[in-house]
Design a protein around this ligand. Structure first.
Ligand code: GLA
Length: 394
């Protein structure tokens, strides 16, 4: 997390809107980004490696703690997205699973902070976000990380980024009901402009790896397939269960402890489906390490094959792709991208394509055409760059 206050043109507008809504200026405005995962999918809850980066699309939140009484635990929430109006809740009476809509993210953070032993007074909050919703770019973690960064500072709780990662994971797992790992919030809290976050999910050690696509004459295109997904649904959880089963049968704490060389022996110990799930995790961990090495020694122009291999593994072994993602990846690859893969939890969401600037338009046109021909909803295609993690912006 960065502690400096950077200029963000939208912070002032949000503060003004906050004051017009709640009748007093906010105590500050905080922001946290969405993420793209360059490589390392479903490896986080297997205590493995991931390589996401924070993107230049973010949630912003203006917050004011209640000043009337510490015992007044009323929370008032308003979002600029949609027209739901102000939502009121009692911070002292939150029930996991009971809150619907976007409010479950800020309230989940409040609930998880309380479980962490912290006293959270009532507050007013105005949220704004340009992270596309349901696109697999972690719009929910962007909200949670902006909120926890604000509350951590305003209440003087002094949580470290690592602790905030665990608290937001608890919010997602126990309050929202999605059995996800720690990748997304780590990228949102610990990301840095121009870098990918190489995270060891066993001990939360982070190394920032320079990822400057532009310098290499490349862009990272995101293809939002518009197929919406939810990790609170069955697919994500069932993959997680298979991985835990595999680790148990192989006698290790987590699949992180199995190497590519061990795979030969693993085949005889696992049923065919579990073996393929396990093989994805083991080979994906290895691809993350190779990608980090390649970025450091050769640069982004040389990671294309690793991205392609990652997609094939998710499509064939982990079986979390879908026709739209496969079409996006294949079409991008056939029209000039040097590598492409689905990103995030799968079953929908976005694909990424690493594309020479000269071929960007061609990839874009080809994907749009291919989707129209297949009768799929038109995708949204845009570029992203590695941006700063959570920070105070006013
Ligand atoms: C989602 C989860 C992450 C991670 C990815 C898959 O984004 O929130 O924890 O498991 O899926 O890599």
């Amino acid at each position: 997390m960065n502690t400096t206050t950077r200029t963000d043109a939208k912070a002032g507008t949000l503060a003004d809107r906050f004051e017009a809504t709640f009748g007093a200026a906010p105590h500050g405005v905080w922001a946290a980004p969405g993420r793209v995962n360059l490589i390392g999918e479903h490896t986080d809850y297997n205590e493995g490696f991931v390589l996401p980066f924070a993107i230049d699309k973010r949630a912003r939140t203006a917050v004011r703690l209640r000043s009337d009484s510490l015992r007044n635990t009323t929370v008032r929430l308003l979002s600029t997205v949609g027209n739901q109006g102000v939502i009121e809740a009692d911070a002292a009476a939150l029930v996991p699973g009971a809150v619907k809509g976007w409010a479950k993210y800020p309230l989940g953070v409040v609930w998880a902070l309380q479980h962490h032993g912290l006293e959270i007074p009532g507050f007013d909050l105005l949220l704004d976000s340009n992270v596309p919703l349901g696109a697999g770019l972690s719009s929910s973690h962007a909200i949670e990380c902006a909120v926890i960064t604000a509350l951590n500072e305003l209440t003087g709780s002094g949580l470290s980024p690592e602790e905030m990662v665990r608290v937001t994971q608890h919010a997602e797992n126990a309050f929202v009901g999605a059995p996800t790992g720690i990748m997304d919030q780590s990228a949102a809290l610990r990301g840095s402009s121009g870098h990918a976050v190489f995270l060891d999910c066993r001990d939360q050690a982070v190394e920032l790896v320079p990822f400057d696509a532009q310098k290499a004459g490349l862009v990272l295109q995101v293809i939002d397939t518009k197929v919406s997904h939810s990790h609170a649904d069955g697919g994500y959880a069932s993959r997680r269960t298979s991985c835990e089963l595999g680790a148990g049968l192989l006698g290790v704490k987590a699949l992180r402890d199995v190497t590519v060389t061990d795979l030969k022996d693993a085949r005889g110990l696992l049923d065919p489906i579990t073996f393929r799930r396990v093989r994805h995790i083991i080979t994906e961990n290895d691809r993350v390490l190779q990608t980090v090495d390649t970025l450091r020694n050769l640069g982004p122009a040389h990671i294309g094959n690793l991205l392609d291999a990652s997609h094939a593994s998710m499509r064939d072994d982990f079986e979390i792709s879908c026709p739209e993602l496969d079409l996006a990846v294949d079409t991008a690859r056939n029209h000039g991208a040097i590598g492409a893969r689905m990103t995030g939890g799968g079953f929908g969401g976005s694909a990424i394509a690493l594309t020479p600037v000269a071929h960007m338009q061609q990839v874009r046109d080809a994907v749009i055409r291919a989707f129209a021909e297949a009768g799929f909803t038109a995708p949204d295609i845009f570029t992203v760059t590695p941006a700063a993690g959570a920070e105070r912006i006013r």
